[in-house]
Design a binder for this molecule. Structure first.
Ligand code: BYC
Length: 344
């Protein structure tokens, strides 16, 4: 099939409007009533034309994205903490350098995502305030402790592995700045996944004690990794709008299934066992069947009662307060430069 170029897609949109409203594309929203605007917006989404910051968009679409993008950004930043815990205890200089580089990448992901979120008309300060006052969420997975070096392997392999599955799909999300941020993030995430898999594979081939540590990390982090994809589709209140507006290209359950199907084989290759007695290949569906996820545990963690929720937020607040002078200095410097340019 021939791929439609963006010009073709734009033409499709314009054609649609001539047929439906008999008006040209320029300033198309100006003379429309609310329902026509919504129809026009949906037609654009259906024609696979990206929505850009200055385009008209329904308030609900804007809010949906502010919520999702900021929560994604918070996850990247809070997600640095469980790994930061191991920088000083990495078992070799190489391991330390690689881990440090990975954690710095996560900070960068947070930056791209906050910047993408800000294009929707909310400031970074507001997003951070929502995180610190627990109005905004971040991924449940980061509320579990990282107890051994094997956890650094399991985080990269499973947590970044799950994140990639979701984020590859988000590269095609309908909001331009979010989709573009995902392209770069995905490239970096695949390095993260490989560094984690290398650690866990190395330990799985090591002494019996090392192999036991690798299995223990898998046992503790497997189920929380499956929870990263969110509740089952039937219990996902944001799914309807997410799919209609092509913010979400695949559902929580579809992505979770993709992750399971590809990860089971990776565990087999290194001789580890997925901690799920109900895991079984299903010839008919062409997928693995899996056991029941403990949704009580999930909601308990999401509501702030996981093993590390309090610790993670307190650390974020402390670091944010300690960095206040840096933000003030950067702002003063920028203002000074701007004043100089005005004089010149
Ligand atoms: N944890 O209607 P649903 C990384 C909430 S970081 C906490 O299905 P939606 C990394 C959900 O927000 C990558 N909360 O929602 C970094 C909603 O509550 P609100 C993180 C969760 O949005 C450092 C409610 O439950 N990736 O890779 O359609 C080191 C109902 O859910 C969770 C992203 O953030 C959860 N797991 O779907 C290493 C991806 N799941 O907001 C690695 C971007 C659900 O209505 N986000 N909730 O109060 C998404 O793709 C979607 O937002 C989700 C949820 C799939 C997470």
């Amino acid at each position: 099939m021939l791929k439609k170029s963006s010009t073709d897609k734009n033409q499709l949109f314009v054609d649609y409007f001539f047929v439906k409203f008999g008006q040209p594309n320029k300033n198309i929203y100006n003379n429309m009533d609310e329902q026509q605007k919504l129809d026009a917006f949906q037609a654009k989404i259906d024609a696979e034309i990206k929505i850009e910051p200055k385009d008209w968009m329904p308030e609900e679409y804007r809010k949906h994205l502010q919520r999702q993008i900021s929560q994604h950004a918070h996850s990247e930043v809070i997600g640095m903490q469980p790994e930061g815990n191991w920088v000083l205890r990495a078992p070799s200089l190489r391991a330390k350098v690689v881990l440090l580089a990975k954690i710095q990448d996560e900070a960068g992901h947070g930056q791209y995502l906050y910047a993408a979120g800000e294009t929707l008309g909310k400031s970074r300060d507001e997003f951070i305030e929502e995180l610190q006052t627990e109005k905004a969420k971040y991924s449940s997975i980061f509320n579990y402790p990282t107890l051994t070096w094997a956890d650094m392997g399991a985080v990269g392999w499973l947590v970044d592995g799950a994140a990639i599955v979701n984020q590859v799909s988000l590269q095609r999300t309908s909001y331009g700045p979010y989709a573009r941020a995902m392209v770069r993030i995905c490239k970096e995430e695949s390095f993260h996944q490989r560094q984690g898999y290398e650690i866990i594979a190395h330990m799985a081939k090591g002494t019996p004690e090392q192999k036991a540590m690798a299995q223990d990390a898998l046992n503790r982090l497997w189920w929380p990794s499956l929870m990263m994809f969110g509740p089952h589709d039937a219990d996902s209140p944001n799914l309807g709008n997410g799919v209609k507006w092509k913010i979400k290209r695949e559902t929580n359950d579809e992505l979770r299934q993709k992750f399971i199907d590809k990860t089971v084989h990776q565990a087999e290759v290194i001789g580890l066992t997925i901690p799920d007695p109900d895991l079984k290949w299903n010839e008919e569906t062409g997928h693995y069947d899996y056991g029941k996820i403990d949704w009580d545990e999930f909601w308990n963690v999401v509501k702030g009662n996981g093993p590390c929720n309090k610790q993670r937020l307190e650390h974020h607040k402390r670091a944010h307060n300690n960095g206040k002078w840096v933000r003030e200095a950067a702002l003063a410097y920028a203002q000074k430069q701007k004043a100089k340019q005005m004089v010149a």
